[in-house]
Each structure stands twice: as C-alpha cells, then as structure tokens.
Design a protein around this ligand. Structure first.
Ligand code: ATP
Ligand code: MG
Length: 564
C-alpha cells in the first residue's frame, strides 16, 4: 500500500508553525483538521493540495482529519460525486478511519441553532426578493440599507421560520438572515442569508427538508460540532472569517475552531474551477471527468500519475499567504522524478520502419537479456527476441545525415539497445521515395552492444523484433490549453484556448512482446520516448492502449540528446 511520507522535506510552513505553537503552549492537546469538499464535481489537483495539507497535518501530529461532505446544495450534488471523492482521497494514500461526516447530518442541529439565533434577536425572516436583497446590500463604497423586515418581532420570525420549514412558502419568497450590521465595511456581515427555501430532495435526507442552510453558516457550525481545532481554507474565505467567528461567538459554542487561510493552487495551462471542468465534460471537449488530459485526480490517475508524485508535488509547492501560479512543469517533473526510480524500462517503436539484417539467418531468433532498469539491478531483467527483421523509429534513420547525426544512415553503424551493432548497407524506397526497408549487416561479435575491438559507436537506438512485436495504440497527450492562463481575459471564453493537439492517437506503434501481459494501470518507461501507462478503460487483452504520462528527460535521454 502506498503510504504518505510522514515528514515534509521542506522548511515548516506558517500553518504548521501555528499548529506546533498551539501544541507547545497547550492551547490544544491534539489536532483535528477536516477536508470538506462539496460533492458537486470530481476532485482536482487543487483539492490535492488541501487534502495533503489537512491529512498530512493529522499524520504528522498524531491527530485526526475528518472527511466531511459539505452537502448543503441538493440541486447540484450527487451520490456519484461522493463516491468518486472518497475513492480519490483513499487513492492519494489518506485515511479518515471512522471520521466520515456529512453536513446534512447536522441539519436538525443547524435548525435548532437558527431558532436560537432568532430568539437572541440575531436572526430574522426576510421577505425581500433575492434581487432586492442584493440591491439593499450596498457596495464596497456605500453602506447597505436595512430590510423592512429587520425589526419584526422574535415571535413573528420564529413562526415564519417554522412555516418555511413546513413548506408553506414558495422558493424565494422568504429567507432567514443573520442580524449583524448593514453598515459593516465587510459585505459578508450585512445581514447574510443563512437559510433559503429549496424544494429539492436531498441525496441523503430525501424530502425531510425544504429549507437548506447556507455555506457560511453551515461550515463554522459543522467545524464546531466536530471539535475541529484548525479549519484550513483558501484565501477567498478570508473576508468570511468575521462571519465564521460571529456565528460561533453569538451562539457561544463550546468549541471555536481557528480558521486559517492559505493561497489556493493555481496551475498554468489548466482551469481549476469545478464549474468549468463540468462544462468541458458536459459539452464533450473531453471524454469525461477521468479523461487523461483533465487535471482531476481521476484524470491524473488514468493518465498514469502516481499518488506519490502528486503528494511530492504538493509538498514541493509549499504553502503561502499570497496568490501565486505554479508552472505545469513542476507537476510534470514530480511524476518524472517518481517514475524515473520506479518505472521499468521497455522498448516501443511509435513510427516503425523495417530493418532487415541481411547476414542474420532467416529462420533464426534468439533471446537477448535486457535490464528492466539500468540503475537498479534489483528490478531484474527480461528476454528480448531478436531476429532478421526489426522495426526501428523512422526518425532514427536519415538518408543523407549530417555529421552530427549519430543514428543510422547509409554506411553508418549504430548500437541496438541491448543488442548488436548494425551497419546500414542500402535502403529500399517505394515509388514516392518513402523508405520501405533499411538493409543492414550485424556484427555477431557485438552481442550486448560493445565491440571487442573497442571501436566507438556513439548512437544507441531502440527497436523491436518485427515478427514478435505487439501492435498497440499509443496516445500522446499534451497540455489541454495552449496558453498559461486560459481564464486571464474575461472577454474570451476559456474554451477558445483549448489545445487542438492535446491528444494524438498513434495506431502504428509496435511494442516489445513482454508488454502483452502488462496489467492495465501499470507505468513503464518507453526508452527514449517517455513514461506511459496502460489505459484502464480502453486496453483490450492482447491490444493495449498506452497513455503518455509525460515526456522523458532523465539521464539516458539527456546523454542521447547530446550524442544525437
Ligand atoms: P467550487 O469550484 O465549486 O467553488 P471548490 O473548488 O472550492 O469549489 P470544494 O469542494 O468546496 O471545492 O473544496 C473543498 C476544499 O478544497 C476546500 O477546503 C477548498 O478550499 C479546497 N480547494 C479547492 N480548490 C483548491 C485549490 N485550487 N487549491 C487549494 N485548495 C483548494
Ligand atoms: Mg468551495
């Protein structure tokens, strides 16, 4: 099982510092954090930052992290989302043990708290329309105006609120508002709505409720009910903190968690809002939430990203108070670094051209020993069939190569990875001038790739035996958007920045036969090409489909480049 690293390798961040201080001074004896997704979409890489933070802090301090579904808007929420979220958090390597909660479980308690606020004169039923409420709220430069219902009696509000709950009123006709300060410079404190009528069944509570509490009201009370010590959220909630504190102070809850905000993850070449991701799915720009180009956890998983790579990315980007952008290459490097260590090396020719070894017997085949990982002998080796006819990459041959081209050309000698040195003697072209076959001779004394006479051969290329090769489909994925920030210009729809070449399907690829038995979801390195993963949805027995996770840039690729 894939388990998270207990200690972060970077200097302690400001949140961990606050928590360490609270434990040291005895303000808290333990830490209780929570991850509170709204089940209205799939989780994305931004959520991973929050998951790694909240569950990470629990692991580091022997605390607990609650899994809580913030399910207060039944019109947008679905059980399917709840299930995908749980699967994704577990896959990332985290465990909430028995601490699974739903805000909807607190509906009765939240209703009682609302009655209490009314009795305290701190909430009232308002009959202004949503539009009028917005108008009355004022702006950053003008104070708001008081609702004509603001000073109705406690008895009236109690009666009306109960009748709201009983379904006597139409949606939009009545709301419950906190009675705070219409002149507050903080708009969130200008008598915010805390309950609205929604005649929509809820995926957990069915038809029990037709009034639903608002996020700001629900969140702080859910935290308090669960005994959360530190409620960590993204910066856009900073202006909501006074409301968070007002609700808990006014109700004098025994537990008053500390809300701390951090900067959300912004990643280049992607969009992170669930609403926009949903649009891409619904409008068919991608093949679902788990499309390997999506920066959802399910998309990253299908693409071949590992939980360790995503955790390492979240650790590396750190935690701050200032909005910032992380370059996509940071994420790509994280998975490269992980797979460089863990992924077995194999060979696959994406754009094959045939090589005929004229001095190799026609009906002969032999097996060559190939290391699964050149730097890690513990990963063992496998047998590669070698025969008279091979495939190599079309780009590894040039008819008229410049001196610096260290691969194959007429009269040139090249090394076949784990195989022999071969020398090109002639080429056969079709009428159009395209190369059909490359004829070579091999040097039987160079089995394994080195010449006993010590002659230098710079280039090494990958290959597969034509008669043994496994045909497969390879999908070359690239970034989904062509610009760094697809949302930068409000007047241009983000979808206009979609990359038309974000997926290129290659039908011609030929892989070494050992890949026939590769389990779907397994990562490998195609030598010189990149890291790939057998697709879990579209691979068929004997006909794998490979997703490119990321291109290559490890040591071997670098030396290759230099040599080429
Ligand atoms: P929406 O896009 O629908 O507003 P959301 O992305 O905020 O929703 P939630 O389900 O409310 O989604 O998020 C759950 C938790 O994940 C919240 O605590 C939120 O702050 C955090 N989170 C969401 N996006 C990011 C992000 N980009 N970086 C860091 N944390 C995030
Ligand atoms: Mg949210």
């Amino acid at each position: 099982m894939d388990t998270p690293e207990k200690t972060a390798s970077r200097p302690i961040d400001f949140i961990r510092q606050i928590i360490a201080d609270d434990l040291r001074t005895g303000k808290h004896r333990t830490t209780v954090t929570r991850f509170p997704p709204e089940p209205n979409g799939f989780l994305h890489i931004g959520h991973a930052k929050s998951i790694c933070l909240n569950f990470g802090i629990a692991l580091e301090n022997n605390g607990v992290c609650h899994m809580r579904f913030d399910d207060t808007n039944p019109s947008k929420e679905e059980v399917a989302y709840v299930e995908s979220i749980m699967r994704d958090v577990r896959w990332l390597g985290f465990d909430w043990h028995d601490k699974l909660f739903y805000a909807s479980d607190y509906f009765p308690a939240l209703y009682d708290f609302a009655l209490q606020l009314i009795r305290l004169g701190k909430a009232y039923v308002c009959e202004l329309s949503a539009e009028a409420i917005r108008e009355y709220r004022g702006t950053l430069t003008e104070p708001g105006r008081e609702s004509p219902w603001r000073n109705r009696s406690v008895e009236d509000s109690l009666d009306l609120f109960q009748r709201m709950r009983n379904g006597e009123f139409a949606e939009g006709s009545h709301v419950l508002r906190a009675r705070i300060d219409m002149a507050s410079p903080n708009l969130n404190l200008r008598d915010p709505v805390i309950y609205r009528i929604l005649k929509v069944p809820h995926h957990r509570t069915g038809d029990t409720w037709c009034i639903y509490p608002m996020y700001d009201y629900t969140h702080c009370l859910s935290d308090a009910i669960e005994g959360i010590t530190h409620s960590l959220c993204t910066l856009e909630f900073e202006d909501h903190r006074p409301l968070y504190d007002w609700v808990l102070d006014t109700l004098q809850t025994p537990c008053h968690p500390q809300q701390i905000e951090f900067a959300r993850l912004n990643l280049t070449y992607t969009v992170m809002s669930k609403r926009k991701l949903l649009q891409l799915v619904k409008e068919g720009y991608v093949d679902g939430w788990d499309d390997p180009r999506m920066l959802t956890i399910s998309g990253l998983r299908r693409r071949g990203y590992t939980p360790a790579a995503i955790r390492s990315f979240c650790n590396e980007i750190g935690l701050g108070k200032r909005e910032s952008w992380i370059d996509m290459t940071v994420l790509e490097n994280a998975v490269r670094d992980d797979l460089n260590v863990t992924a077995p090396r194999v060979m696959c020719v994406l754009d094959p051209v045939k090589v005929v070894i004229d001095n190799y017997p026609e009906d002969q085949a032999e097996e060559l020993e190939a290391a699964n990982h050149p730097q890690d002998p513990a990963m063992g080796s496998r047998k590669l069939p070698f025969s008279r006819e091979l495939y190599i990459e079309r780009a590894d041959f040039m008819d008229n190569p410049p001196a610096k081209f260290h691969r194959l050309g007429p009269g040139r000698e090249v090394r076949l990875r784990y195989g022999y040195l071969i020398t090109c003697t002639s080429v056969v072209k079709d009428e159009g001038g395209a190369i059909r076959e490359i004829h070579c001779t091999y040097d039987p004394a160079t089995r394994g790739g080195s010449a006993p006479d010590g002659r230098k051969v710079k280039g090494t290329i990958h290959w597969v035996s034509a008669g043994h090769a496994l045909p497969c489909q390879v999908r070359l994925y690239d970034r989904l958007f062509v610009v760094e920030n697809p949302e930068a210009d409000k007047d241009i729809n983000f979808k206009q920045h979609l990359n038309p070449h974000s997926r290129i399907a290659i039908e011609t690829a030929m892989a070494e036969p050992s890949l026939a038995g590769l389990a779907a979801g397994t990562q490998v390195q195609f030598e010189r090409q990149g890291y790939f993963c057998a697709d879990t949805v579209d691979s068929a027995p004997g006909r794998p489909v490979f997703n490119r996770i990321v291109t290559l840039r490890d040591t071997w690729a670098r030396t290759q480049q230099k040599l080429d």
